[in-house]
Design a protein around this ligand. Structure first.
Ligand code: F0G
Length: 464
């Protein structure tokens, strides 16, 4: 292959390749997942990561302003004049001592990478700008995704802001929070509600995209994962290029962990860092396929020869038992993570672990994150809840340096937040109790007072 960038099968034994312009996102030889691969020897790779600091002085250039594209030498698949950016990636890696106390880490040990600051309010924009750029290079006019809400919000925004493509969105009916649904509708996406869940919608959107030649932006699209690598580059940048001990991330379709693993493998291979951090993926207990397969059934990457029959048997048994994903963390309510093989590779490379946490743990962790000053949606707080478990188990030490990725903004799912803090037993029962949450530990109840100045003053003096 003489191209500087191309697509390559993730199975090293298969060795299948595809042209950069191929949009089937399946290995032409074996049907497996593809990576975007580069001939690094023939590309201008920076000598040190400090190189990227110079970009700050050039922030009037939109590509250097973007928190994704200022690292473009580390995913050089598109010429500068084809790149589509809407200013994504201006995110924050904040030291969070209050939350550190909650999870059992020492002050100064925990950082929260707040991806809610992206234009559409979630980490998805990091990948969408990359997929969108690729879509533009192949001349796509329509782009589609199945989504639990954030991918669709992101796609809708990129289509609306650039006017280059029409967004076609598949969602499971009743499976998307209002914040996210409102974004798809407001940004003029064609929104198709399927009688089914995310797993059903993802199957259908792949069929439909193939049949109608619509560009697919779900995370089977390897270009999306190239953009998501920048979340890790920004973390390193915020930590002055020091590698943390752990990165903790919620796991849904497993695109993030796959992307992070690839980022660290490439940085290590290029000699830009001397070790990779360990990766922890956190599933919701109601959508725990990855946890089950990795921790209970011992499924491993095994140099690309992972035990496929074991994986297939697990999915078949799940279907036979009609087991459907069920969690209040609707963003990660997924039973068939499409990137599972890539996630196995990431954990192999980075010495990773997987944990599952209950919805109660997720909501409590979310409240602690909120009280610490950064608001996130339930799925994002799974990372913090999982970290707490890992510290309790002694897998992560109190002095380890840890970064949790907060994947989405608190306003994505206000229903969950209000139900958690509500003093109305009916609201609690309807939204949380019915879904298995028995109690909440950190509810901040609204104070009810009559419309009377003295009573109001009394209440404030009592509580504040
Ligand atoms: N956190 C949030 C807020 C998400 O929206 C998602 C995925 C994840 C975590 C999981 O990330 O798939 O890379 O493991 N949301 C997708 C969507 C599925 O359609 O918006 P992953």
């Amino acid at each position: 292959m003489s191209e500087l960038a191309f697509q390559r099968c993730i199975d090293p034994k298969c060795g299948g390749t595809a042209d950069l312009s191929d949009t089937s996102f399946r290995c032409p030889k074996c049907g497996g997942l593809l990576d975007v691969a580069y001939d690094w020897n023939r590309l201008p790779v920076p000598k040190t990561l400090k190189h990227f600091e110079a970009k700050w002085s050039n922030r009037t250039d939109p590509l250097d302003f973007s928190g994704v594209w200022r690292f473009r030498e580390l995913f050089p698949f598109a010429p500068d004049d084809r790149i589509m950016t809407i200013g994504e990636g201006q995110t924050l890696c904040q030291r969070a001592d209050g939350v550190a106390g909650y999870v059992g880490l020492k002050p100064g040990s925990l950082y929260l990478q707040y991806e809610g600051m992206n234009p559409s309010g979630s980490f998805k924009d990091n990948g969408m700008t990359a997929a969108f750029t690729h879509a533009r290079t192949v001349g796509a006019r329509r782009a589609a995704c199945a989504s639990t809400g954030n991918t669709s919000a992101s796609l809708a925004i990129y289509c609306a802001a650039t006017g280059l493509m029409r967004a076609v969105i598949f969602i499971g009916s009743g499976k998307i929070s209002y914040g996210k649904l409102s974004q798809a509708l407001e940004h003029a996406a064609l929104t198709v509600q399927i009688a089914g869940d995310f797993d059903d919608a993802l199957r259908r959107v792949q069929e439909v995209s193939r049949q109608l030649g619509i560009y697919l932006v779900n995370s089977v699209n390897p270009f999306r994962l190239e953009g998501q690598k920048s979340i890790m580059f920004r973390i390193l940048e915020a930590l002055r290029w020091e590698v943390p001990d752990w990165i903790v991330v919620p796991g849904g379709n497993l695109g993030n962990v796959s992307s992070f693993g690839k980022a660290f493998a490439e940085l290590t291979d290029l000699g830009l860092i001397d070790r990779a951090p360990r990766l922890a993926v956190v599933n919701a207990a109601g959508a725990n396929t990855f946890h089950q397969l990795f921790e209970r059934h011992g499924l491993r990457w095994n140099a690309g020869q992972f035990d496929r029959p074991k994986y297939d048997a697990y999915l078949t048994a799940m279907d036979a038992g009609n087991l459907r994903a069920d969690t209040l963390a609707s963003a990660i309510e997924i039973n068939r993570p499409v990137n599972l093989p890539k996630a196995l590779r990431a954990l192999d490379r980075c010495g990773g672990v997987v944990r599952e946490v209950t919805d109660t743990e997720i909501l409590d962790a979310k409240a602690r994150v909120g009280a610490g000053g950064l608001g996130c949606e339930p799925a994002s707080a799974a990372s913090v809840a999982g970290l707490r478990r890992l510290v309790t188990e002694g897998v992560i030490a109190p002095s380890d340096r840890v970064v949790c990725v907060l994947t989405g903004h608190v306003l994505k799912d206000p229903d969950a937040t209000v139900a958690y803090h509500s003093s109305d037993p009916k609201t609690f029962e309807e939204k949380l109790g019915k879904r298995g949450v028995k109690r909440v530990a950190f509810a901040n109840r609204a104070v009810q007072v009559p419309n009377d100045l003295n009573e109001i003053i009394k209440a404030i003096e009592l509580y504040a």
